[in-house]
Ligand binder design. Sequence first.
Ligand code: TRP
Length: 345
Amino acid sequence: MLGEYDFTKKVTVLTGDRPTGALHLGHYAGSIRERVRLQDTGAECFVMVADAQAYTDNIDDTRKVGEAIPQVVADYIGCGIDPDRTTVFLQSAIPELAELTLLYMNMTTVSRLERNPTISAEKKLRGYGEFERDFPSGFLCYPVAQAADITGFKATHVPVGEDQLPMIELAQETARKVNRAAARDVLPEPLAVLSTTGRLPGIDGKAKASKSLGNAIHLLDTDAEIERKVMLMFTDPDHLTVAQPGKVEGNVVFSYLDAFHADKEEVSVLKDHYRRGGLGDVKLKRLLANTLVDLVRPIRERREEAISDSARIEDILRKGSAAARERVAAVIDEVRNGLGVFRLR
Ligand code: TRP
């Protein structure tokens, strides 16, 4: 993946997560791991706790969002995001992002928003009903806000899970519209950076690991919890005895081994063995449990240390948000000028 970056140009990375709870392995595999790699290349990096976006479907549970903010920052630190090299900030602390969203809403049609497949899927998931329209308008418009998040930093690269591709597409369209109106390149067209492993399924075999579905392994899970969840994982329902041949495709244990087991050769040998028969689920799960415990333990220990120092977490957010705000304020001026929007001085 890294080979595809064009380092002759300036790389600006921006991404974020909704604070609705502590993060899990799906976030780690989908995007956080990639952010840490990018941070190590010396690219300019911004990571946002997207609290304003979290309210678009959690306005009845604002406390949950508030409480999750330091948890997410602790998860970042646990995973190796270094606040000295990556600007970690809070979305709601940048009012310019809301202003940019308001401008962009005038450049985005309602039908364009209703065609967003991720929004449709999330509507269903949240019980908003596919054809009902009784959901918050802020929810429908959050992809516009996300275009503002991305272009407000002139981000060139956005590490995200594949469900976020429609959002990146809208950000690209918006950048093009601004550039066309300005008749010059004000904003770069951002690229999505997808993880090489694809979407991580839930332990129950559902397409997505998610906190709300209760099928994720969290970065704060204890060793025993990780082991318990691995033992609950769906494998091949027709693989009833050790001797039988088993299916690798759609087998959650193999999806996790593909995503996290460092020795790819070993995984490939195990897959052959499983397909042939003679490899039991329990043995496979023990291996995965060890892999995940080794991965999560240092993350959990660093995150525990971070969460115990709330003053440091606030300091990280305050400093990061001040720097982020300066950046967006400069970009929004350029966008306003480009669009010819009147501004009282
Ligand atoms: N929608 C993203 C998620 O749910 C979070 C997010 C908000 C984001 N703004 C962003 C991601 C900008 C990338 C860029 O995970």
